[in-house]
Design a protein around this ligand. Structure first.
Ligand code: ZN
Length: 219
């Protein structure tokens, strides 16, 4: 009994001490998200995107494992054409690099081509999204979508109400609509590293895949 009484006062401080490493570990084991990427290249890219008068919010870096991540990404909520706002639909996180290429293409490649070829400005660009943790179809290689570095564009809605879609109008549209889609596909090739459309394969019959990977692959 005397021995137990001697030990008890020693246990109390020990138990208190044990709490400290546990608490520290809990803090340290939180995911490394919640902080914005500090990299200078990312900051530089954000300022370029701002200069294009895009509406966007920088997102925290996130690693999802198995080669999938959102590093240096933004949520792009709208763009500017020469004269108006350009809406975007269904777009998730995108890397800042693909966002800046996209902003330039939308204004100079798409909106101006629509005005010249179809006689109406573009109001909205519809997409099938950007981030998706997946491989290039039929390969074991990670897609540009696995790092949110690619955007799939499916259609263009004009101010006059017309909707030009890759699926319906690449082959089935009027002469002007078909020409418009080919012109914007070609102008995408000047800005993005990899551009894939309906002529590449049937997986791309309904969208343009636009990726900022520094390659020169235009199909
Ligand atoms: Zn794609």
């Amino acid at each position: 009994m005397r021995r137990l009484l001697l030990i008890l006062p020693l246990l109390a401080p020990l138990a208190a001490c044990m709490d400290i490493p546990q608490a520290t570990q809990k803090t340290a084991s939180r995911p490394a998200s919640g902080t914005l990427s500090p990299r200078p290249a990312f900051r530089q890219c954000l300022s370029e995107l701002g200069a294009q008068r895009a509406s966007f919010t920088p997102l925290p870096d996130q690693y999802f494992g198995e080669g999938c991540s959102n590093i240096g990404t933004v949520r792009l909520s709208g763009l500017r054409s020469d004269t108006a706002s350009l809406e975007l639909s269904n777009l998730g996180p995108v890397t800042c690099s693909v966002a800046t290429d996209f902003a330039g293409w939308a204004r100079f490649g798409v909106d101006r081509a629509a005005e010249q070829i179809l006689g109406s400005r573009v109001m909205r660009i519809e997409t099938y999204g950007s981030y998706s943790c997946r491989n290039v179809a039929g390969t074991n290689r990670r897609s540009g979508h696995a790092t949110a570095n690619a955007i799939d564009v499916s259609a263009f809605v004009l101010e006059d109400g017309r909707r030009i879609s890759v699926l319906d109008d690449w082959d089935g549209g009027t002469d002007a609509e078909r020409r418009f889609l080919r012109v914007v596909h070609q102008s995408a090739c000047k800005r993005f590293g990899t551009v894939l459309g309906p002529d590449y394969n049937s997986a791309h019959r309904n969208h343009f895949h636009l990726e900022a990977d520094g390659a020169s692959f235009c199909r």
